[in-house]
Design a protein around this ligand. Structure first.
Ligand code: GLU
Length: 474
C-alpha cells in the first residue's frame, strides 16, 4: 500500500488562517477557531491570515462579512494578511483548473444527473456504497465521444490506491483509504469552482502551514491533501478541534442562549473575558482558569488540545467576567459603562457623579457591564420607592431619624467618613438598629433597599441631592 506523503515541509514561518463563510454573525465556535489559529501563529511568531469564503453566493451577505470583521475587531484578533475574498479569486481558481485539465490531474466528466442517479441506484442494489465509478476518467473513456449536449463538470483524478494519512494536531494520526474517496468535482458545469477546491488553492497560494478548524471538516481533509499533493504544494499540518456543546450535550445552538459573539458585547461581557473563556473551551494549561492574552500566546503551542467536545457553561463565563470586571481599572470601566448609561437615558454629568468611583463600588458584585450600568444608573435615576416598601420600611422612628440626618448632613464635609459618622450619630440618638436606618435611607434615596454600603453610595451623590431626596419623603 502506498501512502500519499503528507508531512509538512518545515517552512520557517508559521502561517495560520481563519476562513469563515459569511453566512451569519461570528459565532462562539467560529471565534474559538479564530482564537486558536491566531494564538498558534502568535506563539510561533508567525502570521495570521483572514480569508472570507464567500463562494456560496446564495447564503453569503455583505452584512455577515461586516459582522465577522466586527467580531474579530471586538475580540482584538488582528490578522496580518487579508481579508482575502474567494469571490475575487475566481480567475486564479480557473487558472489552476485549466492547468490540471491540461496535464491530466483533472478531467471532464459528462455524466448527467440522471446517469449519476442510476449509477448510485445500481450500486445500492448491489449492496455497495454509492460513489462515482470513474467512467469518464481518461483511461476509462478511451474512444468514447463526449455528448455534445452535456456541459461537463471537472473532476479531480484522485489516486485509486493507497491511503491518505495525516498526524492531526488534535486527534493524532488519521487515515483514509483512497478507495473511500470519489473523484471530487472541482468545477461545476457552469465553470464555478467548488468549495474544497477553492480552499486548497487558497491554502497553497497563501502558504498556510497550519490549518486549525472545526472537526466537521475532517472528511474534507483527505480530499484537500490529495489535491495539494497533485499540485506539488506543501501540505499544511491540520488540527481539527471538536465541537462545542451546550449544557445538555447537544451541539451549541441558539436555544442554549446567545451564540453571536457580538451579543456578548451587548450583554456586557468584556472581550478579554470572552477570549479567556474561549481559550479554555477545548484547551487547557494545567489548572489555570484566569490568564492574560499574553500568557495564552506564550503557552499555546498546539499541545493540550482536547480530543472530546467541550461544554459551554454560561455560569462559568459570568464568573470569569466578574473576575475581569474586578481587575479592570475603574476609569476604564467608567468608559465602558458610559454608552450603557446613555442607553438608559441617565447622564452622570448632570449630577456631577464620578462614574469611576461608582464602578469601583459596584464592580465586585456585577457579573456584566450591564449589571454594573444598572447599579450606576440606580444612583442617578432616583426612582420612586413603591408605596408598599415605604409602608414597610419607613416607620415613624425611621422617618424622624432620616429628617434629623438630612439636617445633620446639610452642612458637613461631604466625605464617606463624615457621612458614616453622621449615620452613627443619628442611629445612636434615635436608639435604632442599623437596618432601621439603612433600609429606609436606601429606599428614599435610591428607591430600593439593597445597595452597597450606605455611606459609600451616599458619598457618590452630591450632598444636596441626597438631602433633597430624603426630604421628599420625610
Ligand atoms: N469556511 C469554512 C467554515 O466556515 C471553514 C473552512 C476551513 O477552515 O477550511 O466552516
Amino acid at each position: 500500500m502506498t501512502s500519499t506523503p503528507t508531512a509538512p515541509s518545515t517552512p520557517s514561518v508559521v502561517r495560520t488562517r481563519f476562513a469563515p463563510s459569511p453566512t451569519g454573525f461570528l459565532h462562539i465556535g467560529g471565534a474559538r477557531t479564530a482564537l486558536f489559529s491566531w494564538a498558534y501563529a502568535r506563539h510561533f511568531g508567525g502570521e495570521f491570515v483572514l480569508r472570507i469564503e464567500d463562494t456560496d453566493v446564495e447564503r453569503s451577505t455583505p452584512e455577515a462579512v461586516e459582522a465577522i470583521l466586527q467580531g474579530m475587531a471586538w475580540l482584538d484578533l488582528a490578522h496580518d494578511e487579508g481579508p482575502y475574498y474567494q469571490m475575487r479569486r475566481m480567475d486564479r481558481y480557473r487558472e489552476v483548473i485549466g492547468q490540471m485539465l491540461a496535464d491530466g490531474r483533472a478531467y471532464h466528466c459528462y455524466c448527467t444527473p440522471a446517469e449519476l442517479d442510476a449509477m448510485r441506484e445500481a450500486q445500492r442494489a448491489q449492496g455497495l456504497k454509492p460513489r462515482y465509478d470513474g467512467r469518464w476518467r481518461p483511461e476509462n473513456a478511451v474512444g468514447r465521444t463526449p455528448p455534445a449536449d452535456v456541459r461537463p463538470v471537472v473532476r479531480f483524478r484522485n489516486p485509486v490506491d493507497g491511503s491518505v494519512t495525516w498526524n492531526d494536531l488534535v486527534k493524532g494520526p488519521i487515515t483514509f483509504a483512497n478507495a473511500e474517496l470519489d473523484d471530487l468535482i472541482i468545477a461545476r458545469s457552469d465553470g464555478t469552482p467548488t468549495y474544497n477546491f477553492c480552499v486548497v488553492v487558497d491554502d497553497w497560494d497563501m502558504r498556510i502551514t497550519h490549518v486549525i478548524r472545526g472537526d466537521d471538516h475532517v472528511n474534507n481533509t483527505p480530499r484537500q491533501i490529495n489535491i495539494l499533493a497533485a499540485l506539488g504544494a506543501a501540505v499544511p499540518a491540520y488540527g481539527h478541534v471538536p465541537m462545542i456543546h451546550g449544557p445538555d450535550g447537544q451541539k451549541l445552538s441558539k436555544r442554549h442562549g446567545a451564540v453571536s459573539v457580538m451579543q456578548y458585547d451587548d450583554d456586557g461581557y468584556l472581550p478579554e473575558a470572552i477570549i479567556n473563556y474561549l481559550a479554555r473551551l477545548g484547551w487547557s494549561h494545567g489548572d489555570d482558569e484566569i490568564f492574560s492574552r499574553e500568557q495564552l500566546v506564550a503557552w499555546f503551542d498546539g499541545s493540550h488540545l482536547s480530543h472530546s467536545p467541550s461544554q459551554f457553561d454560561v455560569e462559568k463565563l459570568k464568573w470569569l467576567n466578574n473576575q475581569y470586571l474586578r481587575q479592570c481599572a475603574d476609569a476604564d470601566l467608567a468608559a465602558r459603562v458610559a454608552p450603557r448609561l446613555a442607553r438608559r437615558g441617565v447622564d452622570p454629568a448632570a449630577l456631577g457623579v464620578d462614574v469611576a468611583a461608582a464602578c469601583a463600588l459596584f464592580k465586585d458584585r456585577a457579573q456584566t457591564l450591564e449589571e454594573l450600568a444598572d447599579g450606576v444608573a440606580m444612583l442617578l435615576a432616583s426612582p420612586e420607592p413603591s408605596p408598599q416598601d415605604l409602608a414597610t420600611h419607613l416607620q415613624p422612628v425611621s422617618r424622624q431619624a432620616l429628617a434629623d440626618f438630612a439636617d445633620a448632613i446639610a452642612s458637613i464635609d461631604w466625605q464617606r467618613d463624615a457621612i458614616n459618622a453622621a449615620i452613627k450619630a443619628t442611629v445612636a440618638a434615635h436608639k435604632l438598629k442599623m437596618p432601621q436606618f439603612g433600609l429606609p435611607a436606601r429606599l428614599v434615596v435610591f428607591g430600593r433597599t439593597q445597595t452597597p454600603s450606605i455611606d459609600a453610595v451616599l458619598a457618590l451623590l452630591p450632598r444636596d441631592e441626597v438631602v433633597a431626596r430624603i426630604r421628599r419623603h420625610v
